[in-house]
Design a binder for this molecule. Sequence first.
Ligand SMILES: *[C@@H]1O[C@H](CO)[C@@H](O)[C@H](O)[C@H]1NC(C)=O
Ligand SMILES: *[C@@H]1O[C@H](CO)[C@@H](O)[C@H](O)[C@H]1NC(C)=O
Length: 414
Amino acid sequence: TITKPFIVYPDRTGTHKEIVHQETSGPMIKVVNHKAYVISSYVEHRLSSKTIRTVAIVFRSEQVQYYCLLCCNGINISAAARLDIHSDHFEFDYGTADITCQVPTTCTTPAYVAITSKTHEWGRSVWNIQSFQPVGNQQPRTENFAYAFTVCISVMYDYMNVLGLVQAMEMFKLLGVQKVAIYKTSCYPDTQKVLDYYVRQGFVDIIPWTVSSYIKVARGWKKSDSPGELEFFGQIVALNDCVYRYMYESQYVALQDLDELILPLKEDNWTRLIPQLEKIYQHHAGFEFENNVFPISLSSNKKPENTPGFWKQFKGENILPHVYRIPNDPNVFNNFKVIVNPRLVFKATVHGVLDSASGTVRVDPKIARMYHIKRYPSKNVRANSVIRDTRLWDYVDKLIPAVSEVLRQALNIQ
Ligand SMILES: *[C@@H]1O[C@H](CO)[C@@H](O)[C@H](O)[C@H]1NC(C)=O
Ligand SMILES: *[C@@H]1O[C@H](CO)[C@@H](O)[C@H](O)[C@H]1NC(C)=O
């Protein structure tokens, strides 16, 4: 195996050793005889003929004619596939790909699919029942979604920031989010307890992410800085899966990280913000929110005074004191994250979408923007230019008691 399954680390009290929880099985099937992996398959209803789209990871130099083996009402049918490798591979050997097959008219319900490179090998040993997986999104939907907003957290690896996790989750709730999907590779025991708590509540779905057990994943974007065969833990693959997984479950999906908060400045929550944006921009596909860095090295010692002392015993960063923003230059390109209507997206990427029905529009940062509280090289901080921005504190009256309650319940603190 490529990843170390166990890492020992001192626990909260410093007296015990902790072991990282590593996911061992998840949605990842190797294509027989090829350097290709299937994550999940969905019915694609938006093309002129009914298609099955499989989110996959392929070795880019290996161009193969794939086939879908469809299980339709108990009958096996083979259909030739098209391979489409996404352009945002950052020159790594492996990249995100769509493997698509038109569903033959004789197949009314393509319930299961397996991806192969051979067409007629039924009954041979290579095709076993494990190669097949259920096809999602059988029924399209245009209204009555289970959730208004789903947040897709595409990377969770060796995660130990308990306080940051609970603060993010409770902020998401205040913003109107009803589901958080976490593509999880590994985390520490206290983090796992918090995740278990939210899973029991029905607020979090864990998608076990085992890509690093099959492929040497990079820990970053730049091939020169981060050795490996696939970009940042396969983040783009996870984002694409998330868009399709929640396409008919969620009215909108937000593609962001746990240390990022998209905050409206005039409204209280996304529930109010998004209809406003749709009206202002006459656009319904998706919105880009400008990234603003709040360095962890800068903190206010004034407010909020009511931060409970017992928070200090948890690993991780309390986001509340970090209210100094590095100004963005309006004349240069500023990065962003998106909230999109998943039914209008074909290909997602880290900052926005690669392929969609009508693109995304940039939101005026005076209406809403992204608060990104992170470590930031202090040499890049010009102290006299930072802007004090306490928008986050407008939420603390609700946020602080909610966070305390979760910490108590999830971690059994008196
Ligand atoms: C379809 O293929 C699978 C896998 O090879 C096999 O187990 C099953 O018996 C086949 N079904 C039919 C009806 O041929
Ligand atoms: C969003 O904010 C409005 C007030 O601005 C409030 O009435 C509504 O209940 C909030 N929605 C959610 C989901 O929190």
